[in-house]
Design a protein around this ligand. Structure first.
Ligand code: NAD
Length: 500
């Protein structure tokens, strides 16, 4: 199903959706062994959407066994790269054929604007699978520089069974960032979606099977973090866990690994990203547009959210006025209405957390320029206005902690050194933007900021060809996207041959 982004077409498509609510293990839909389910709800209405199979330790064990059996059989792991590519390209085609449905699933469960899901998240998801599929039959192994009496082969082999534990903010896309390179390199996977957003992941597994992915290679175990997530982290037969989520939970996976089988751990975690605007920024209107996207896109529920706008004091007031003006044009409301740029916060506790940060900003003396309130309460949904605080100090709670909501803090600076120090004065290091017309400043500051991605004169995470991940407490062990993502799903093997 594809989707026309008009209200009548969207409503008709919603009415026609059939939710897949079971776990997908060894190529088949199954209930949780306990037969337990949990409720998933629509954060734009506060109403239940579906009951999802609640997987726990026995279900994870079953999925890992299926993944191991498939891996050892070689049905996928020893297929030629060209054959794996063919199946994954078919998978991408099926995702594309069902783009509208998948976009709606993410909108309904995560409260994300349908325009974003249908024109960004899902196209990027599909492109990610295709890109990794296309790459796999163009990669070569290495031969070491030996004398004629030896042959040293340096090979990359799939690690085996990969557990993927992902968040709710870009449900399909975050799953694709893991499963694209993990499957392309020949691994079998057990994916646990966030308990708030299970539906698109389950549907993706079904489509992968339809594309010809053998049973057991791609399993989905919906469930809670402390149960199903922990079971993956501690399972002795999982070789690697690729996690995206909060830094707090990321730490648990290091512990799970240390206390179990030393499985490899890749963490993509939180951020508190700076946007640094110098006095010579090329075009303040353009900067304002980027600053609003950085802060409010996906309601600020974005790991690379540019939540700290660090501005030279000579242009601060002018820029803040422009940012507020652009932010006012971003309408908040029903995520199924294609005219809205902001949808709902993911759930009530998260809404309350974001409102508590806004209260903290007020209490610590930051100056509220825009927003600051819950709105549209009558809908039953969890909506917050885009909120801007000026005169923020980098010591304030709103400048230090990841809010994961539409709250922007404006922090003034005077010198380049001060700007860099403020940008780096955080435990995080995921992303940063900077704005200047001076090439020297751009390059110097981009090098000085300790972040995995620094964008210059725009807000961007790069594209599928560039690695994405964090310095400091924003990440551990690797990078998503690009060819570097392939390496982390493989083990390096040396084969040393005596030839004479
Ligand atoms: P979260 O850490 O609460 O949950 C992430 C996943 O971990 C979920 O599947 C959850 O069920 C699971 N989990 C929770 N507790 C667990 C436990 N004790 N043991 C094992 N698994 C557990 O994160 P979230 O609220 O879903 O997502 C928001 C976070 O994700 C933010 O911090 C955001 O910055 C981060 N994020 C990072 C990136 C990136 O690429 N760096 C991308 C998107 C989101």
């Amino acid at each position: 199903m594809n989707l026309r982004l008009e209200t009548d077409a969207i409503q008709a498509a919603v009415a026609g959706i059939r939710f897949r609510t079971l776990a997908f293990i060894d190529g088949a839909f199954v209930e949780a062994q306990s037969a337990k389910t949990f409720t998933t709800e629509n954060p734009a209405t506060g109403k239940p959407l579906a009951q999802i199979a609640e997987c726990d330790v026995p279900d994870v064990d079953r999925a890992v066994q299926a993944a191991r059996k498939a891996f050892e059989s070689g049905v996928w792991s020893r297929q030629t790269p060209a054959d794996r590519k063919r199946v994954l390209l078919k998978f991408a085609d099926l995702l594309e054929a069902n783009l509208g449905e998948l976009a709606l699933l993410d909108t309904l469960e995560a409260g994300k604007p349908i325009g974003d899901c249908a024109t960004m998240d899902l196209p990027d998801t599909i492109h990610c699978i295709r890109w990794h599929a296309e790459a796999i039959d163009k990669l070569y192994h290495h031969v070491s520089p030996t004398g004629p009496e030896n042959l040293g082969l340096i090979l990359r082999e799939p690690v085996g069974v990969v557990g993927c534990v992902v968040p709710w903010n870009f449900p399909a896309q975050m799953a694709a960032w893991k499963i694209g390179p993990a499957l392309a390199t020949g691994n079998s996977i057990v994916l646990k979606p966030a308990e708030l957003t299970s539906l698109s992941a389950i549907r993706m597994a079904e489509l992968a099977a339809e594309a010809g992915l053998p049973a057991g290679v791609f399993n989905v175990v919906p469930g809670f973090g402390e149960t199903a997530g922990q079971a993956i982290g501690r399972h002795p037969d999982v070789d690697l866990v690729a996690f995206t989520g909060s830094t707090e939970v990321g730490r648990y996976f290091l512990k799970y690994s240390a206390e179990s089988n030393l499985k490899r751990i890749l963490l993509e975690c939180g951020g508190k990203s700076p946007q640094v605007v110098f006095a010579d920024a090329p075009d303040l209107d353009a900067v304002a547009g980027h600053a609003v996207s950085a802060a409010f896109w996906n309601m600020g529920e974005n790991c690379s959210c540019g939540s700290r706008l660090i501005v030279h004091k000579s242009v601060k007031d002018e820029l803040v006025a422009k940012v507020a003006a652009v932010a006012k044009t971003w309408k908040t409301g029903d995520p199924l209405d294609p005219g809205n740029r902001l949808g709902a916060m993911i759930e009530k506790p998260h809404l309350e957390k974001v409102l508590a940060y806004i209260d903290a900003g007020r209490a610590e003396g930051a100056r509220l320029v825009l927003g600051g309130n819950r709105i549209l309460e009558e809908t039953g949904g969890y909506f917050v206005e885009p909120t801007i605080f000026d005169d923020v100090s980098n010591r304030m709670k709103i400048a230090r902690e990841e809010i994961f909501g539409p709250v922007l803090s404006v922090i003034p600076f005077s010198t380049e050194d001060e700007a860099v120090a403020l940008a780096n004065d955080t435990n995080y290091g995921l992303a940063a933007s900077l704005y200047t017309r001076d090439l020297g400043t751009a390059h110097r500051v981009a090098r000085a900021i300790r972040a995995g991605t620094v964008s210059v004169n725009c807000f961007s995470e790069g594209d599928i060809t560039t690695p994405f991940g964090g310095f400091k407490e924003s990440g551990f062990g690797g990078r998503d996207k690009s060819i570097w993502a392939h390496e982390q799903y493989t083990e390096l093997k040396t084969i040393w041959m005596q030839l004479s």
